[in-house]
Design a binder for this molecule. Sequence first.
Ligand code: PMP
Length: 360
Amino acid sequence: MSRFLNRKYEDLEPYVPGEQPQDQKYLKLNTNESPFPPAQTARKKAAEAAENLNLYSDPDCRILAQKLAERLSEDSGLRLTADNVIITNGSDEVLNFAFMTFCGGDKPAVFPDITYGFYPVFADMNGVPYREIPLDEEFRIDPADYAGAGGTIFIANPNAHTGIALRRAQIEEILTRNPEDLVVVDEAYVDFGAESSLPLLEKYDNLLVIQTFSKSRSLAGGRLGFGVGPKEIITDLQTIRYSTNPYNVNAMTMAAGVGVLEEEEYTRGNCGTIIVNRRYTEERLCAMGFELTDSSANFVFMKYPGVDGGRIYEEMKKRGVLIRHFTKERMAQYNRVTIGSREQMDEFLKVLGEVIEELK
Ligand code: PMP
């Protein structure tokens, strides 16, 4: 720490992203990336955009926002326009904007005790008090626990790191029980088998839905995310974005995003493959004696009774397979494993079988 650091950041504990090792080649199942390359049109459009990198990107992301609004309208049956959409540098950025814009003062943030680890960091970073509501014994969110929560609510649906999804009706219950508070639904993993809350925007003005191009749309390295909500909520977020970094999305990524939307079939096909591979992996893990949560995401959350999750993580890493281990008390027995291609999962299962034989 330098002597120049603003005192308010003295105790800030930064978010620890999943490992991205560059030293050797791992079978990488630790950060929920897609095993499939970006859509061809996305790559082509990004390369074309590179020709004009001497110019700033469009701060309004007009073409992409328009296309996205059209696509989301088709999916949800709503009539959304570009004014209902904010586009950001990954969904982490719009999440941070949501903490900056809608929390603080007498508005704490409220979220589950086990969820995306960035939420408490965003809260701390922005000087926002927060309240964590424990998941139940089976790692489920009970919407009744959020009745009159008294703050801005953040729900990852499906939840990180359990993969367990709430039904749309359960999100609706949270919305109706908190009419004076904003409910932010983080749908990073929604395309792998959960119900989106987007259709609820027709009835509720206290909903902000956040999605990303990083998982189902194979663009994690491009950094592209977005928020969808009532115009007034998006306008508030845009004020913060313009006050922070109007050119937050680079021109190549913006073009790639348009390309992704032009190949919707490719995205849908890849999601279908991941869902099939998840079931395949789950069956084999259960046969090996693992216990799993009921995941609707592109990962599984697994434990082996009597064997420490950290040990499994370490032994897998030694053998060139990266999975994600969290040390937080309630999760210490568990590991989170990204679902990749069938070949990747077969390799993972083979190595895991050897590790379990050794450790059990
Ligand atoms: N929300 C959740 C629940 C996540 O797991 C992640 C990925 N780490 C994100 C948001 C952020 O993803 P990105 O910034 O790549 O869009």
